[in-house]
Design a protein around this ligand. Structure first.
Ligand code: XMP
Length: 503
């Protein structure tokens, strides 16, 4: 495997995804947690960082041991740190670059730049520049502004690149990373099929004849875990799918049907009444989230207790949930977990077979397992569901309105071929009534806001620029068909400063 040492860059996860796309397993670890002694490490990539190497509190480590043992590729800050810690000079300079730049290869025989054309576009994002390299370093590529855009350490498999090979706008980025993997001697045999084979074998061995329980959400992660476990242990897996009454229209029935079709052993629990009762009159978004979260755990726990001899709780945790993130304000390192509360309460062992995968890999595994694209490419949908898309208090009547409006929006997105072009979409029921006129009658009814965004990771998002004609069609269909709505608006806020959900 490849180890990616994280110095806090926003693109560290992207480096990981690119390496995985090249069928090579990699792990992202905090810069100060190198797995010395791990025999499976074949090479090391040093990420960028929000710091300057000249900052007092910059993340720094001694690279001697790592450079002695493995091929190393430093990216941006990583390249600067290798240079500076070898007696080179890094400085704030006039020759900083942001965005596109043109790379010219200076040393054609270099392995890292093998088959990279003489000229290509790269993506830069740096305030500091390496202004001097030690004598045993040689410049292998430059841009107009930056002489030392890429270097190689002589007689040592260590390289540094000032640009970002992991970003899409670096045309030869994949080639460069691929060259580095070849230098490391990676076999490139990390594929969906090999993952499934190894994981199923591993699950069989770890779980043996034990019984496992899993909470399905209808989303891709938990669904893929279910199919994978079903393949490994069959009927020893019991899935529980809770209807908290805040799912999309007909979602409970269709998803349940899909699951049964996949041969899963699923218990569907209709707990709508209970959730509506507990949510009655509650308007604060965080209180609603807490009530829904706790209600979910309680229902799940009750169902689990009806079963006997359950030993494991399976979860759809994925890699971004567990990568330890570096706090930029200090060196405190915290870890994230997907679902709080359940494992502690139930006293079960945790089984998280997808915890080392990125989302796009989970999708590939799902397709390889024969799951329908319809199930694999669903938009993300929040756990509390429509509970946070009905602003203010929740009533069954409001749920009906929100479901009907959402259903019209989503069906139209699918019909217009726009569904896969947006990251997620939905209708929000606002606690706002306004005057309208239908026929000869004055109306005083609800407002629905449509929200659709484009994004790659939900951390930032832009409002989707949907065609006016499309919005017009959805608007009139909602107002004509959904009783209780006389006005539709479209949300044109980006994240930040807004968020994707309204609550
Ligand atoms: P925001 O609104 O923070 O949403 O921009 C980012 C992503 O997270 C989803 N989201 C949630 N998912 N429980 C969830 O499981 C929640 O309470 C929750 N709130 C937001 C949101 O749909 C988007 O994909």
């Amino acid at each position: 495997k490849i180890v990616i040492l994280d110095f806090g860059s926003q693109t560290t996860q992207l480096i990981g995804r690119r390496v995985r796309e090249l069928n090579t397993y990699c792990e992202i670890v905090p810069f100060n947690k190198f797995p010395f002694g791990d025999k499976s490490v074949k090479g090391v990539i040093l990420s960028g960082s929000p710091f300057s190497v000249n900052d007092e509190n910059a993340f720094k480590i001694d690279l001697h041991e790592i450079r002695r043992n493995y091929p190393v590729l430093g990216i941006c800050y990583g390249a600067q740190w290798i240079a500076q810690s070898s007696d080179g000079t890094v400085d704030k300079s006039d020759s900083r670059e942001y965005g596109r730049a043109h790379l010219s290869v200076k040393e054609t025989g270099d392995l890292l730049l093998g088959n990279v054309p003489q000229q290509s576009q790269v993506w830069m994002s740096h305030g500091d520049t390496i202004v001097r390299i030690p004598d045993n370093f040689s410049v292998i590529a430059s841009t107009e502004e930056v002489e030392i855009a890429a270097y190689k350490v002589k007689d040592e498999p260590t390289w540094g690149v000032q640009f970002h090979p992991e970003v899409f706008h670096t045309e030869q980025g994949n080639k460069i990373l691929d060259n580095f993997l070849a230098i490391c001697g990676c076999r490139k045999d990390w594929t969906p099929a090999s993952f499934i084979e190894a994981t199923v074998a591993d699950l069989k061995e770890t779980l043996g004849g034990d019984k496992v329980i899993l909470a399905l959400s209808g989303g891709v992660d938990s669904s893929v875990v279910a199919v994978l476990l079903n393949k490994a242990i069959g009927k020893n897996l019991t899935c529980i799918f809770v209807n908290h009454g805040l799912l999309r229209k007909n979602e409970f029935e269709t998803v349940l049907e899909n699951y049964e079709h996949l041969g899963l052993n699923v218990i569907g629990v209709d707990a709508r009444e209970r959730f509506y009762k507990e949510l009655a009159g509650v308007t604060d978004p965080e209180r609603k989230r807490k009530i829904i979260g706790k209600g979910f755990i309680d229902v799940f726990d009750e169902e689990a207790h009806k079963l006997t001899a359950i030993k494991w709780l399976a979860q759809g945790t994925i890699y971004p949930d567990i990568i330890e993130s570096l706090s930029i304000t200090g060196t405190v390192i915290k870890s994230h977990h997907n679902v709080g509360g359940l494992p502690e309460k139930m006293n079960l062992k945790l089984c998280e077979p997808l915890k080392l995968l990125f989302k796009d890999e989970v999708r590939k595994i799902g397709l390889e397992l024969g799951m329908k694209p319809h199930l694999i490419y669903r938009h993300p949908f929040p756990g509390p569901g429509l509970g946070i898309r009905i602003l203010g208090d929740i009533t069954p009547e409001k749920v009906r309105i929100a479901q009907d409006a959402d259903d019209i929006f989503i069906s139209n997105l699918r019909a217009a071929g726009l569904y896969d072009k947006v990251w997620q979409a939905g209708a929000i029921l606002l606690p706002v009534q306004s005057v309208g006129v239908m026929g000869d009658e004055r109306t005083y009814e609800n407002t629905v806001a449509l929200r659709a965004v484009t994004s790659t990771d939900a951390m930032t998002a832009d409002w989707a620029h949907l065609p006016y004609e499309f919005l017009a069609k959805v608007s009139s269909e909602i107002i004509n068909k959904v009783k209780g709505v006389n006005r539709v608006v479209y949300d044109i806020s980006s994240k930040p400063p807004a968020t994707i959900e309204w609550e």
